[in-house]
Design a protein around this ligand. Structure first.
Ligand code: 0X9
Ligand code: ZN
Length: 421
């Protein structure tokens, strides 16, 4: 197929984002395509810009499979189709998919003190403040083995909140398992899954010897939403927001990608290109400072056994590195086999298939990412990123009835990992 068109056959329109009565971006009529642009990526990206298409995610891993998922506004669908790219439709109408996620549900709170929150938490998506209440309630139900923690503040001044769980050795006595969720604001399933894992640890510590052994072996530091400003913004204004909400002098552009901002190999390949903006200086987002400082502290005290940065979508278990496709972690072989077996465990409940491999060769080069920093600076034994469901049909707007199954399959994977790492 010919890629380079001398000119667009139909001139694209400049599209103003449409807002509803509540000031929320309306995505009705946007179609999502998976496009294989061939070998001239730069020209393709220029087309995207003129079409005002939104770049959702792309996969550079295997040349023959290289693809972009893009959301095209209704006004420019014919201009896009006239370009004749090899593409498939992932979603006919993003507005319908957003509606199918369901309204944010109300969280009823605890029915009695010291009881666990209801599992119905995992049947719907919830407002940011309810996530904080949920965390408080989980902690209260496990009060002698946990405490609420914070990891600094967001750009807009919100605490980055989390929970620390420990077992029979007492608080802070074991190597750390450190989880970060929802660094990318639109990846809502990631905070839900991190909360589900927390729930399972807390609910089963006293009645399941295997689960007890996890908490007796490791201190868990779990931050379900490390980008609260961005997350709130996806709920009030723009469902597809990815970055934080940082303003900078000299520009009206808002937002830095916290997962391109880690101060290690920060200036490298894949850190300045779309869709990431790495920041003006390494580590200059408050969110990065917060989660990095906690990681550094854990590294200094009892070391980090496992770090996972939770994302969606694509169904990948990603090991180091992002900054280079040739660098390999010293324990790469062990990481590979653990990742493969974790993927097999994830597949058990519903057959969901996860691809495993190093970030750069599996997805794309992405410098300034969490895994590289946590692996090389904090010396974490395993510094991973996991991309949850799905592979594109619903993408970021995963229907609420998939929250629980996603939690269940990932818990299977984590039980394998915690027991074998
Ligand atoms: O690009 C990313 O940051 C992640 N993919 S996403 O589609 N969720 O945005 C991949 C993260 C890989 N990890 C690092 N680069 N550290
Ligand atoms: Zn992400």
């Amino acid at each position: 197929m010919k890629f380079l068109q001398p000119l667009l056959l139909i001139a694209p329109l400049t599209v103003a984002l449409r807002l509803d009565r509540r000031g929320k971006v309306v995505y009705d009529g946007y179609k999502i395509f998976r496009v294989a642009p061939g070998d001239n990526i730069a020209a393709f990206e220029a087309q995207l810009e003129s079409l005002e298409a939104i770049d959702l995610t792309h996969n550079h891993g295997h040349v023959e499979e290289e693809h972009f998922d893009i959301a095209v506004p209704p006004e420019n669908l014919s201009a896009f189709e006239a370009l004749n790219f090899t593409s498939e439709v992932l979603t006919d109408d993003l507005g319908v998919d957003i509606a199918l996620e369901g309204e944010l549900a109300e969280y009823p709170g605890l029915l009695s003190a010291a009881a666990l929150p209801s599992l119905s938490w995992f049947s719907a998506y919830h407002a940011y403040n309810d996530h904080l209440t949920f965390l408080k309630d989980i902690q209260a139900s496990f009060s002698s083995n946990s405490e609420l923690i914070t990891a600094g503040k967001s750009f807009e001044g919100r605490d980055i909140q989390g929970i620390h769980l420990w077992g029979s050795g007492g608080k802070g006595s074991k190597p750390a398992v450190y989880f970060n969720g929802n660094v990318h604001a639109r990846e809502w399933i990631s905070s839900k899954v991190v909360e589900y894992l927390t729930y399972q640890l807390v609910a089963n510590y006293n009645n399941d010897t295997t689960v007890k052994s996890f908490l007796d072996s490791y201190d868990f530091y779990i931050l379900p939403i490390v980008n609260p400003d961005g997350f709130l913004y996806t709920q009030t204004t723009n469902r597809l927001w990815r970055k934080n909400r940082q303003t900078r002098s000299g520009t009206s552009a808002i937002g830095t990608d916290v997962n391109r901002n880690w101060p290690y190999k920060w200036d490298g390949e894949g850190s300045s290109t779309s869709p990431g903006y790495r920041g003006a200086a390494a580590g200059d987002t408050p969110e990065n400072t917060g989660i990095r400082t906690l990681g550094d502290q854990l590294a200094k005290s009892n070391g980090i056994k496992l770090y996972i940065d939770w994302h969606s979508y694509g169904q990948y278990i990603l090991t180091p590195y992002g900054y280079s496709c040739t660098a390999a972690a010293s324990n790469q072989a062990k990481q590979d086999s653990l990742a493969k077996n974790t993927a097999s465990a994830i597949a058990k409940p519903y057959g969901t298939r996860f691809t495993t491999g190093p970030i750069c060769s599996t997805l794309y080069a992405a410098a300034g990412g969490s895994n590289d920093y946590v692996t090389d600076v904090d010396k974490a034994e395993y510094g991973w990123a996991i991309e949850l469901r799905d592979t594109g049909r619903n993408g970021f707007t995963l229907p609420a009835d998939q929250i629980l199954p996603t939690g269940i399959e990932i818990w299977e994977g984590m039980k394998y990992l915690f027991a074998n790492m």
